[in-house]
Design a protein around this ligand. Structure first.
Ligand code: AMP
Length: 249
């Protein structure tokens, strides 16, 4: 079985985001970038399927500017067999990404596509669902467990207040939640080996897809800063302040 894992290069989750002074977006100058954490989980799951003998080949695909190739190399060092880099300098919305991924699926015919449930930079949580719709494939979103059994995938989904288990006919789409697994780190020997793994470069034009955006970001703002706290002398003073200053009791 071939598994396709779409990965996105995003601002590292440890970085404190700075909004540009003119509110036009997030400042990306000299900011550490990494693989989207949910995509690391997707890749880890694909690697485990390969280690279990269920998957034969793992293809990591990413769409973005030139430096996106570094993120694909990380995926190759973790355990993907080959990479596909689709060069695009524009910020794409999920529908455009899903259309490009559909092109990759048609060219590669994977049995399974595992995506992150959301990219932590835009928090869209749309691409997997859109790809499933464009392909007409079943989808198991927010997976916390994945078991492959012949031509079916059993996906346990994290839903509000509980778990739901669904069975999908393959080929299918799965999106990962946080508790699916704990991704491995790439070892130094594997980082060296990854330099020799195949990484194919493509352009948006190769897929004949219209990626024009139907969306315009009007403004990006920092969250409101929190007011400083106050230390009170005793419980009676606290109750008095809650009653007469905050007006919450
Ligand atoms: P989103 O719908 O933007 O929150 O992204 C959900 C998932 O789609 C991500 O976790 C990735 O697996 C995939 N994805 C989004 N953007 C890209 C991209 N530029 N290249 C490859 N995969 C992507």
């Amino acid at each position: 079985m071939k598994v396709l894992v779409p990965i996105k290069r995003v601002v590292d989750f440890n970085v404190k985001i700075r909004v540009r002074a003119d509110g036009s977006g997030v400042d990306l100058a000299n900011v550490k970038m990494s693989m989207n954490p949910f995509d690391e989980i997707a890749l880890e799951e694909a690697i485990r399927l390969k280690e279990a003998g269920t998957a034969e080949e793992i293809i990591a695909v990413s769409i973005g500017p030139q430096k996106t190739q570094e993120t694909i190399r990380t995926a190759l060092a973790m355990g993907a067999d080959r990479g596909i880099f689709i060069h695009c300098d524009d910020e794409l919305e999920p529908l455009a990404v899903a259309k490009l991924l559909k092109g990759v699926v048609e060219a590669e015919s994977p049995q399974l596509v595992i995506l992150g449930k959301q990219a932590i930079d835009n928090d869209c949580n749309q691409t997997g669902q859109m790809l499933a719709a464009l392909l007409g494939w079943p989808q198991g979103t927010f997976a916390s467990k994945l078991v492959l059994d012949g031509a079916a995938a059993r996906v346990t989904r994290e839903v509000d207040g509980g778990l739901q288990t669904v069975i999908l006919k393959t080929p299918c789409i799965v999106t990962t939640d946080l508790r699916l697994n704990e991704p491995r780190y790439a070892s130094l020997p594997n980082i060296m080996k990854a330099k020799k793994k195949p990484l194919e470069e493509k352009s948006v034009a190769d897929y004949g897809v219209d990626v024009a955006s139907g969306l315009k970001v009007l403004k990006t703002e920092d969250p409101a800063s929190r007011e400083a706290g106050e230390i009170v002398g005793n419980a009676a003073e606290l109750v008095e302040k809650l009653k007469n200053e905050a007006g919450v009791i």
